[in-house]
Design a protein around this ligand. Structure first.
Ligand code: ZN
Length: 383
């Protein structure tokens, strides 16, 4: 791949995408730009709008194996323009750094994967298998009409996705030093403990839910869930909110509510966590319920064809091997993982994402393009 020519194209496309003020869930024209480029490179593009959210699915080629590039065009709100050194939707270079909302999360990745696909289509016009794109504008928001819906539609028509590279900013200190090969699961619970309201001077006629909560919530917080494993940290429960009391100093309240989140490893699952929480609470409290909301089960891509191709491609461009990690928050990978797809997240340095003056090193954009291109050639170049 002629690096300078394609590198310059990827930088230009990054700038063009930053100029679209695509505050979640607004796509602001980004997907139209990408689809035009991909169509010209021989892709069949299919817009898939759900609710108010624009998404698209695109493929090029035929055959058994499909390598998908996934990402989002939406960005988090920039905050006050006056806090930025230069306007957030005006891409600006300063000292080899490109500033703008979405520069790192994740418009440079979108530009790099688009230009890498153009270069690959030109070089290997009859590549084996299929190259795909699964792009949404609803990742930073509620994520209900985005990747999850596209994946459901693709499963319904019998599509199989073998390998998926998500362009999320995975790198820590230098490009490609960390790739994510899985994510922890996440589940939220809200406990309501019911007692009996009464006068604080006559506790014998009341049942204080705060007192029963002390022991119950302490037991939950101290519960050893598992020790994690080679790929995951131990499962952890953390309380985020507790509410009880009427505001008066002489009233025992009638109920207490406590919200918590569990980030969990592949050593356990959501069903086990639910039943253990209920058991622990029953040991201390007579009248309670828990409302659950599952954000995602954990997923893991073990070393194999995809991890090997990504690792080799990073080594060829940067000279160093990436560390595999499952840390951090959830991502759209959780929805794609349901199809049994091998998934790796690989993108720019994440130090400035969601911040004022978000940025990316200009020189990392051509390098990321070359890494994505290298993954395509390793998995799909004709033998
Ligand atoms: Zn992102």
């Amino acid at each position: 791949m002629p690096t300078t020519e394609y590198g310059a194209a990827a930088v230009a496309l990054t700038r063009q995408l930053i100029q679209c003020s695509s505050v979640t869930p607004d796509d602001a024209g980004c997907q139209e730009i990408m689809m035009q480029r991909l169509t010209a490179a021989g892709f069949t593009c299919e817009p898939m709008r759900f609710g108010d959210v624009d998404n698209f699915w695109a493929t090029r080629g035929e055959g058994e194996s499909t390598l998908v590039f996934a990402g989002h065009t939406d960005v988090v709100p920039p905050g006050p323009d006056s806090a930025w050194s230069t306007p957030p939707f005006t891409p600006t270079d300063r000292d080899g750094v490109l500033y703008g909302r979405g520069a790192a999360d994740m418009k440079a990745s979108l530009a790099a994967m688009t230009v890498a696909a153009e270069a690959f289509a030109k070089q290997y016009s009859d590549h084996s298998g299929r190259v795909g794109f699964l792009i949404t504008a609803d990742e930073e928001g509620p994520a209900t009409d985005g990747t999850v819906k596209v994946v459901e539609a693709l499963i319904a028509r019998g599509e199989r996705l073998d390998w998926c590279v998500v362009g999320e900013p995975s790198s820590s200190k230098s490009l490609g030093d960390v790739i994510k090969n899985g994510r922890r699961g996440s589940i939220n619970g809200v406990i309501t403990i019911r007692g009996k309201q009464g006068h604080i001077a006559y506790p014998q006629f009341a049942d204080n839910p705060i007192h029963s909560a002390f022991l119950a919530l302490d037991a939950l917080a101290k519960e050893p869930w598992d020790e994690g494993n080679a790929f995951f940290e131990p499962t952890r429960l953390q309380f985020g909110n507790i509410q009880a009391g009427t505001g008066a100093t002489n009233v025992i309240p009638g109920s207490l509510s406590a919200q918590f989140n569990v980030r969990f490893s592949t050593e356990t699952d959501a069903t086990t966590i639910r039943s253990r929480c209920e058991q622990i609470l029953s040991a201390h409290v007579a009248d309670f319920d828990i409302e659950w909301r599952l954000s995602g089960e954990p997923f893991l891509t073990k070393p194999g064809a995809l991890v090997d191709a990504v690792t080799a491609s990073i080594e060829a461009i940067t000279g160093t091997s990436p560390t595999l990690s499952t840390g951090g928050g959830t991502s759209d990978g959780r929805f794609i993982a349901k199809t049994g797809t091998q998934i790796v997240e690989l993108g720019p340095i994440n130090a400035s994402i969601h911040q004022i003056d978000e940025h990316i090193l200009l020189s990392d954009i051509p390098r990321l393009t070359a890494i994505y291109y290298g993954i395509m050639t390793r998995l799909l170049a004709p033998q």
